[in-house]
Write a new protein. Sequence first.
Length: 490
Amino acid sequence: MKKFISLFRALIKNWFRSKSGVFFSFLFPVMLLLIFSTVFGGQESVEYTLHVQNNDLVERYEFSLDQNYTRYLENGTVHEEMREAFEEKDHTISPDASMSKTGDKSWEINDNDRWYGLEENETKIDVYTLGDQVTCLSENFTKGLRKTETLDIVTLDRDVNVTEYFEDDTSFGESRRALIISRGFQEKALDKSMELRMKVIQDTMDRIGDQYDMNESEEENFTERQEMVDRWANRTKTGESAEVLLLTSEGDQVAPIIEGTVYGVVNNFNQRMMGVEDSTVEVESESIGRKDLEGADYYLPGLIAAFIMTNGIIGVTGTISEYKRNGTLKRLISTPLTKANWIFANVAQQTVLAFLLTGVMVLLGVVVFGVQVYPNLYALGFIFVGAVAFCSVGIVLGGLIKDVEAANGAGNAIAFPMMFLSGAFWPLERMPSYMQSVAKVLPLYYFHRGLTEIMILQDPSGAVVPFLIISVFGVIFMILATKVTRWKDM
C-alpha cells in the first residue's frame, strides 16, 4: 500500500510540474466552457440583419387626358401624340419610354426612373404617378418582419441599387441579405385575395349543397344564390400573386433561417388577407426536464465527459511516453514496485483529476453563469467509471507502442476525433446521418449521454445503458492494460 501511495503522489506532483498538463487538463476545458457558454449558450434571441427595400408606393393623381387619346394606348413605344399631350401637362416623356398594358383598362409608362399609370374611364384617361408614401399593405408586411425576434430590419432607399450597394461595401462579407417589395404589391395582394375568397365561397357552397338535405323550395333558393356567387366570381379580377424578392449570398449559413422566417411572415400575411383570424391547428409546447437551466448547464456534462476522456487517453499516454524518454520508467521498474502498483496509481491519479476537473467546472459555472446542475452520487459514480475506462485506454497505448512519439500521436489521433464526433459539444442531430452512426459507436457518446441524463434530465434510469456500456468498455481495456504492460520489459 505504501508503494502505491508513494507512486500516486509522485504522479500527482509530476502532473503539477507540467505546465502543458495543467493547461490541457484544467485551463483548456475552462476556456471552452467560457467560450461555448458565452457565445452559444445565451438566452437572448439572436437577430440577423435583413435589408428591406419597399418599392410599392401610393399612386398619386396628376391629370386627365381626353378620351380621344385612347387610340394611342398600345404596347411598345409611346406615341408622339401622347408625348405631346404629356408635355402640355408639364410632364416630359423621352423617346425611349415604353408603354405596356397591365389590365383591361389600365396601362403603364416606364421612362427610366419615372413611372406613369393610366386608367381608362368612360369620359377620360386618368394619369397617376408614384407618391412618396408606401402603400398600407406593404408597410404592414414590413411591420410583420420587424415583429419577429429573428430579423433586424434595415430600410434601404428606393433609389439604391441593391446589388451595387452590397458590392461597394465589402464589410458585409457573406451576410448580404435583402428583401425587395416590388411595385404593385398592394394591388396584386388585394386582387388575389378577392379571387381566392370567391373560390372559398364557391367551394363552401358546393360542400353545403352536397352534405345537407333540402326541400324543393330551399334547393331552388340555394341554387339561385349559388349562381349569383358564380357570376360574382367570374367578374372578379384574376391576376398574379404579390411577390417579394429575397436575395442572399450562397455562402451565407444564416440564409435558411432568414428564408424560414420570411416564409413564416408571408404565410401569416396570406392568412390575414384571407380573413383568417383563428387557427384550425394550434401548437402547444412544453419543456421536458428542468425549465430553469441556462445555456452553460447544457454544455457542462459534455465538456466534463470530453476532458475526462482526453486526460485519460492523452494524459496517461503522454506520461508513460515522458517517463520512457527521460528514463524514469526504467528506474521505477528497478524498484520493488509491481505492475499492479503502476496501473492502479495511474488510475487513481486520473480519478482524482476527474473529480477535480468536475469540481472546477461546476464551481466556475455557478460563479460566472449561475448554472443549476450539480453532479449527484449517480453522476460521481459514472465519472469514476469513465475515468477508469479512458485511463485504461491510455495505459494500453503506452504499453503497446514502444516509440515515444508514435504513442503520443496515437493518443491524439484517438482522442480528438472522438471529442468532436461524439456530439459532446453540439447536438448530434446537426451531423449527417452517417456521422451520427459513427458517433454512436464511440464510447465518449455514451459517457456524455449518461451524464446528461443524470445532470440535465435528472433521470438516472436513462443512464443505465450508457453506464453498462462504459463499464464493459473499461473492464475490457483494464484487462488489456494488464496484458500489454510488461513491467520488466518497458
